[in-house]
Ligand binder design. Structure first.
Ligand SMILES: NC(=O)c1ccc[n+]([C@@H]2O[C@H](COP(=O)([O-])OP(=O)(O)OC[C@H]3O[C@@H](n4cnc5c(N)ncnc54)[C@H](OP(=O)(O)O)[C@@H]3O)[C@@H](O)[C@H]2O)c1
Length: 300
């Protein structure tokens, strides 16, 4: 048997259970991975609460989780790129990675570079690919000034670094506890709260990872809609015609590229905390406080 997170109804963190399930058997094109690290994401909390029922409904009992890194323990027919013992990272679209074992389509896996930690490898699929998409969407050129809201969160902490790599001047909107981390990565920290608009001058582009009015602010500051991307405010997408590129770009090839940047020491994915699988409720309690720097990771 193997442990996996399940929930049987929409609700708060108390609907999350860790149950024993049979170890799944890999089918055609599938790889069975023993999970070493699987990050958690705010979207998973929203799905579990039922807040995304219209767009991403759950069927019960539901599993949870997309991000994963681990060791291959078996392969199904037709898989020739992976073998037992391989260290891999990737994703599942089946809401299943918050578990000791997960079946993954071979096409959604890539090799884990040896010098990338399990925690970071298991954090890249959703947050880092979303950051990649969001930065690409606003078409940065050297010398542009871009602001990033939620600049030290799971998506934002990667977005600010990728924007910097494009040669942009990056204003990172974050709470004071994150300002030193931002400065250390060449980002100009900007405090949110009263008077924020006056602290955001000369913007060419805006990457919103927080929602809650940042798109409207960017429009009011004169940023063109096609140079604004939000991953958190879909009402603003409809209202202002801004972009909403996000995790749908994720692929094994993109994850290989992002993992390579980490391996080369040019991209940091901060790990705020790790929790054993059995403490999945506590992990989400910390995430849902809304001030995570980088990622929170389950380590089964
Ligand atoms: N569309 C997609 O494909 C997609 C994919 C991934 C995530 N998302 C969404 O993107 C959002 C962010 O996800 P995440 O994983 O980065 O979340 P996260 O790791 O929980 O980060 C939250 C960040 O928000 C910051 N924050 C809190 N209050 C703020 C404020 N008033 N102004 C600016 N920043 C503030 C916090 O920074 P401080 O500690 O500095 O306050 C924290 O670093 C969520 O809504 C998530 O659902 C969408």
């Amino acid at each position: 048997m193997s442990k996996a997170v399940r929930f049987d109804e929409y609700g708060g963190r108390d609907v999350l259970r860790v149950v024993d399930v049979p170890v799944p058997e890999p089918g055609e094109g599938q790889v069975l991975v023993q999970v070493r690290a699987a990050a958690i994401n705010p979207g998973e909390a929203k799905i579990r609460e039922g807040a995304l029922h219209d767009r991403f409904p759950a069927t019960f009992p539901s599993g949870e989780g997309s991000d994963l890194a681990g060791v291959v323990v078996g392969t199904g027919p037709g898989v020739d790129g992976f073998a037992a013992g391989d260290e891999v990272l990737g994703f599942t679209d089946e809401r299943a990675s918050h578990a000791e074992h997960v079946l993954v389509d071979a096409a959604n896996l890539t090799a884990k570079p040896p010098n990338v930690s399990w925690e970071v490898a298991g954090s890249l699929a959703i947050a880092a690919s979303t950051a990649y998409a969001a930065v690409r969407a606003v078409s940065l050129r050297p010398g542009d000034t871009v602001a990033v809201s939620g600049a030290a969160g799971g998506v934002g902490s990667v977005a600010v670094q990728l924007a910097r790599r494009e040669g942009a001047d990056v204003l990172g909107i974050a709470g004071p506890a994150n300002h030193d981390w931002l400065v250390g990565h060449g980002i100009k920290p900007v405090a949110y709260g009263d008077g924020l608009a006056a602290r955001l001058t000369g913007l060419d582009a805006f990457v919103d990872t927080h929602g809650d009015g940042y798109v409207r602010l960017a429009i009011e500051l004169g940023v063109a809609p096609d140079r604004i991307n939000t991953v958190a405010d879909f009402a603003a997408v409809a209202e202002y015609g801004v972009k909403a590129d996000g995790s749908f770009v994720k692929s094994a090839a993109l994850l290989a590229e992002l993992a390579g940047l980490v391996a080369d020491g040019v991209l940091e994915v901060p790990i705020a905390a790790t929790y054993p699988l059995t403490e999945v409720r506590a992990a989400f309690e910390e995430l849902e406080r809304g001030h995570t720097r980088g990622k929170i990771v389950l380590v089964p």
